[in-house]
Design a protein around this ligand. Structure first.
Ligand code: A2P
Length: 272
């Protein structure tokens, strides 16, 4: 799978398996195993997802060397607010049964994120994390990181889907050399974006599914994309996206579906 170079020189595969709302235990173990069998080498979890232990078990049981797999986890809001970032990382690593993660993100821009960032920098320098970044940070939050950072964020994981392209923020981040990752790229659990008439017609045109069209749209925008599924055939399908290319007009047409419709909370207005 194609990779993107992070601003510290490390590579991140452009398609990864997202495991938000994938249940701990058999469901997550199976999803991660099926993904690794299908060729995925990038798994995106978080302490908040409560399935890090299952992610770790699946990786270990796959027999694939740890260093061949890119693993991301995230520090949850309470630990950011109280700057208990180091303990949070240590607990994540213990659950994953790993001695480092490839990318560690501040999950939401809650009060105290600047102090948390300074701790992340020191953990990065100690080698417990191969790269550090942000999630759900708007431009003005990133600017507050700039004011105090010695290490630039490697990535910002944000909401982006055809009905909420978030393109202005993506352009800003990419212009800064900050890799962009899209969460809920397919519109999230219970969404209906894949039923969209344009996506259906493009699926027919390219002989692909609407999910594959959306994943490819992200790849062609240079956006790392983290589709979630608990079904083996969908996990396989979501990775089979390197044998076709969308015409530039079609990329633009998908981007034009944007109607500012978020499936998740606005990082400027959330209460958790
Ligand atoms: P499931 O996990 O039951 O397969 P997102 O990645 O935006 O969070 O979206 C995930 C949602 O899309 C889940 O409900 C998932 O269901 C569904 N999904 C994932 N891949 C596909 C696919 N290839 N075709 C249809 N639905 C999919």
């Amino acid at each position: 799978m194609e990779s993107i170079k992070l601003n510290n020189g490390n590579s991140i595969p452009i398609v990864g398996l997202g495991v938000f709302q994938t249940r701990d235990g058999e469901e997550t173990v199976n999803a991660v195993k099926w993904a690794l069998e299908a060729g995925y080498r990038h798994i995106d979890t978080a302490s908040y997802y409560h399935n890090e232990e299952s992610v770790g078990i699946a990786i270990k049981e796959s027999g694939i060397p740890r260093e061949d797999i890119f693993v991301t986890t995230k520090v949850w809001n309470n630990a950011v607010r109280e700057n208990r970032v180091q303990g949070a990382l240590e607990r994540s690593l213990a659950r994953l049964d790993m001695d480092y993660v490839d990318l560690f993100l501040i999950h939401w821009p809650v009060d105290g994120f600047e102090a948390a960032w300074k701790t992340m920098e020191s953990l990065y320098e100690q080698g417990m994390i191969k790269a550090i970044g942000l999630s759900n940070f708007h431009k003005h939050h990133v600017e507050r990181i700039d004011a105090i950072a010695n290490v630039a964020p490697a990535a910002d994981q944000i909401e982006s889907n055809p009905y909420f392209s978030n393109q202005e923020l993506i352009d800003y981040l990419q212009g800064r050399g900050i890799a962009v990752e899209a969460w809920s790229p397919l519109g999230g659990t219970g969404g209906n974006i894949m039923e969209d008439a344009l996506l259906q017609s493009l699926a027919e045109k390219y002989g692909k599914s609407p999910a594959q069209i959306i994943i490819r749209w992200n790849m062609q925008r240079g956006v790392i994309v983290l589709p979630k599924s608990t079904h083996q055939e969908r996990i396989i399908q979501n990775f089979a996206v390197e044998d076709f290319e969308l015409d530039e007009d079609d990329v633009a047409a998908i981007s034009a579906l944007d109607c500012g419709w978020r499936t998740g909370p606005d990082p400027d207005n959330f209460n958790f």
